[in-house]
Design a protein. Structure first.
Length: 364
């Protein structure tokens, strides 16, 4: 039997307690499988699970946030640098614990968005004109020649000349009457307004503008102390998008697109300045696409109708017969804006991966 003094017992007891605590901590570390995840601040990561997730919890929401996207996926957003803990409870089985380390830096995942702004111009031009010539027309005792060239089918001539703009022609030799008619219908095609290729890291924003700025005067003050300052407003083809890589192929894209034109006809005059208005078509949406897939956004229509009537003064206003001395021109401006999107996950290339340039003989 061993005998210990009070001081010896205190030392031995403290050592035993310390060993017990160390063993308990070691045993707990063996039972808990903690996975460490590194996330870049301002970026997002997706966790995939084999079993459906019932609920989640994060210890420090200021460092990172998490949300359940699908029963088998969790989206994690890094907010600021730091360390926090994520706990995930599946519907069946034990919970899983993750150590999240949010670090500053750039994500390896970069998305290139291929965009095309296409304007399908459905403008239609319809022209109807009629020129005629009557020779040796008897009016009482007088013999007259009469013709009308208000239809603007061709240049005035005798006899009437058949040109490229003549669609119909008739002639009566016994009555000395001839006429030419122009009946035209034209349709236009599509125009590619812009075709940018924008790249942005996952979770970051990219912007594009093809257009310009116009000045807007701002009047401040009253009476004789007024002052005018100028601000500039952008117009043209504008695009803003934020990509988020959800998996190795699936990409979430938030898109804001806008096409605007200066409209001086509906503008205003302020302090002697003519300020145009903006004819704007815009769209905003969120889509999920795989690499190589295309998304087409359409239905942004613009329509305008114009009619021009040319008449001979006096004769063109005669009821019914006035049609023979006039020409009508209809212009229907109708266009539709189509926006096509196609994402691709890209990466930078190293110095050893840069392809060699082959020079021509003239370049050496």
């Amino acid at each position: 039997m061993a005998i210990f003094s009070d001081s010896t017992f205190c030392k031995k007891g403290f050592a035993v307690i310390l060993l017990i605590l160390l063993f308990a901590n070691y045993a707990q570390s063996l039972t808990e499988d903690v996975e460490v995840l590194d996330i870049y601040s301002g970026q997002s990561e997706v966790l995939d699970f084999e079993k459906p997730v019932s609920r989640i919890a994060i210890s420090n929401p200021d460092v990172a946030s998490a949300s359940v996207i699908t029963p088998l996926q969790i989206l994690i957003d890094g907010k600021k640098t730091g360390i926090t803990t994520l706990v995930v409870w599946p519907e069946k089985g034990t919970y899983m614990k993750y150590k999240l380390r949010v670090v500053a830096g750039v994500s390896k995942e970069q998305v290139m968005l291929n965009v095309k702004f296409i304007e399908v111009n459905k403008s239609a031009l319809k022209t109807l004109g009629f020129d005629f010539l009557v020779k040796k027309f008897n009016v009482r005792e007088e013999v007259m020649d009469m013709g009308s060239y208000a239809g603007k089918v061709n240049d005035p001539s005798d006899p009437l000349i058949l040109g490229n703009s003549v669609d119909f022609f008739f002639n009566s030799t016994t009555q000395n009457i001839s006429g030419i008619i122009k009946a035209l219908w034209e349709d236009n095609l599509l125009t590619v307004l812009a075709a940018p290729n924008l790249s942005a890291i996952s979770g970051a924003e990219a912007r594009f503008l093809a257009g310009g700025e116009f000045p807007i005067p701002l009047v401040s003050g009253t009476g004789g102390s007024q002052s005018i300052s100028i601000v500039f407003k952008e117009y043209g083809v504008r695009l803003k998008f934020v990509p988020t890589v959800l998996s190795s192929k699936l990409i979430n894209i938030k898109v804001e697109a806008e096409v605007s034109n200066l409209d001086f006809e509906n503008g205003i005059i302020l302090s002697g300045f003519r300020i145009p208005s903006l004819d704007t078509r815009k769209a905003e949406t969120v889509v999920e696409l795989e690499e190589g897939q295309y998304f087409i956004l359409g239905g942004l229509l613009s329509s305008d109708m114009a009619k021009t009537v040319s008449k001979i003064p006096g004769l063109g206003h005669i009821p019914i017969l006035g049609k023979l001395f006039s020409s009508e021109r209809y212009l229907n401006n109708e266009s539709e804006l189509l926006i096509t999107l196609s994402p691709k996950i890209v990466r930078g290339i190293g110095e050893n991966e840069i392809p060699a340039m082959k020079l021509q003989a003239d370049d050496k």
